[in-house]
Design a protein around this ligand. Sequence first.
Ligand code: NA7
Length: 560
Amino acid sequence: MVADQSILSDAGVVIVGAGFAGLYALHHLRRLGFDAVIVEAGSDVGGTWYWNRYPGARVDIESLEYSYSFDEQLQQEWEWSERYASRAELLRYLNHVVDRFDLRRSILFDTRVKAASFDETADRWVLETVDGRTLSARACVMATGFLSAPNQPDFPGLDSFSGNRYHTAFWPEEGVDFSGKRVGVVGTGSSAIQSIPLIAEQAKHLTVFQRTPAFSVPLRNCAMPTDYQEMVKRDYAEWRRREREDSGGGWIAVNFEAAERVTKSALEVSPAERAALYEDRWQSGGLAFYNVYPDVFTSLEANATLADFLREKIRQRIDDPAVAELLVPQGYPALGKRLCADSGYYETYNRSNVTLVDIRQTPIEFTANGVKADGREHVFDSVVFATGFDALTGALTRIDIRGRDGVALKDRWRDGARTALGLMTAGFPNLFFLNGPGSPCPLFQPVLLCEEQVDWIGDWLLHMNVNGLTRIEPEQDLEDAWVAHCTEVLNATIFPHAASWYVGSNIPGKTPIGLAYFGGIVNYRDRCAAVLRSGFEGFRLGRNGGAARDGGHAVAMTGN
Ligand code: NA7
């Protein structure tokens, strides 16, 4: 159903994107009394889950965790059918949320934003859509996703390839039948690892082109155990509190059953104790490995104990030792790239119709019939690009966003993403980011993070309204300090030792500067919460073009 076109007029707040973040923003800002609308490129809600229709697409964070926490009744009434929700179930859940909170009437679907510019005389954002319509709003909230701008590398000869091409993040709605086909897959990250076992079951022959082997662990998905769901629901608030209270640099509870936080060093315990913990996480499955000894995130030596454990587990799953050695990741720390969680990925290479081609040394080239690699031509009917995303910044810089003095966001961020607290950027008043660059989203549960961020933004906007303010913008100093802090924290971790989307190295020319905050959710929350308490220290507030530096009157905090 398409919303009433009349919402394309003037709004209090325009939200771009109807994924998890945008939908909560709409609900929350509306309940604060704002006239808010969503503009969405897709024909339905879901964001990343709407577009990523590849076979096997499924969240690898537990369903009970990867869901909204803002409404206890919603948490209680929704019954997850699997421990890790499939894309289809996530879309059912989001549609339920949309109907339950009457959100659909304020969402304009099939409307892609092409440009957004700040009108300095009116203190409003003016958005332009691809089909030539405009919308103006006091504030603009970019809920455009951090893994939503597909990365399609410009392989030599690509245009000459006459077969079918697919990207995992932009999959045909009607699905693809690979029966009897010769299929190539480029990439071995999470999307490839989820889709490869299913494509291999269908295809006549599947060839996987691997540049960097991933660390992957069994997901151990299953029908949701009733007693597990009941246990969490009996005290959901306490489970959520634990999720939010993580003080380490690592991921949060990830797998409620592995939620007890480990505080020791990997190097202070005996090898037997270490092996027992790693084995426990292995049996638990999925991303439980984000809750191990915290120094695996900060010490290469501590990390090596985990990497060795995982390498051995990978070897055990592959019949041919030569293929196993190609699949075992070397030369970068475990968790340095986002951990993958699979359902039969490594075992797929034990099938007779699957070939792995190592392209570490020689990049691939396309021909009319297929791919040249490994000294020969591989002929394909179809090639699947599972080549990831221009993460964190891509969805923002692909829109022509212009702030004060017509400055383009993509120019301003050419040498790195510059934000204050991952929420705003200097020179772009009233523009907010959810799960964006400079935020802790790569290492925190993104649904909970967007809830917190929306609550802060709501409080700030409320403060502006109460005080008759029309403009909010971070000072340059605050932004500089945040970018420097992100860099300092990043350099104290193992993450710069791996080439990944966390640090932008999957996109030629991209820099890690300001991309993400690896300092942990608690530190992040403290700093964001301090903005209101301090009377907006580090922000410039104004009304209708004029300055109004005093922070106005305090308003009550809202939200969780
Ligand atoms: P990822 O994890 O970024 O994986 C992309 C894969 O594509 C990875 O194996 C890359 O190899 C490969 N790739 C990218 N560009 C090239 C080129 N030019 N040549 C060969 N191979 C290439 O993206 P996903 O979609 O799988 O997952 C993204 C996130 O979604 C994931 O982390 C979860 O959070 C959910 P590389 O490692 O760069 O050598």
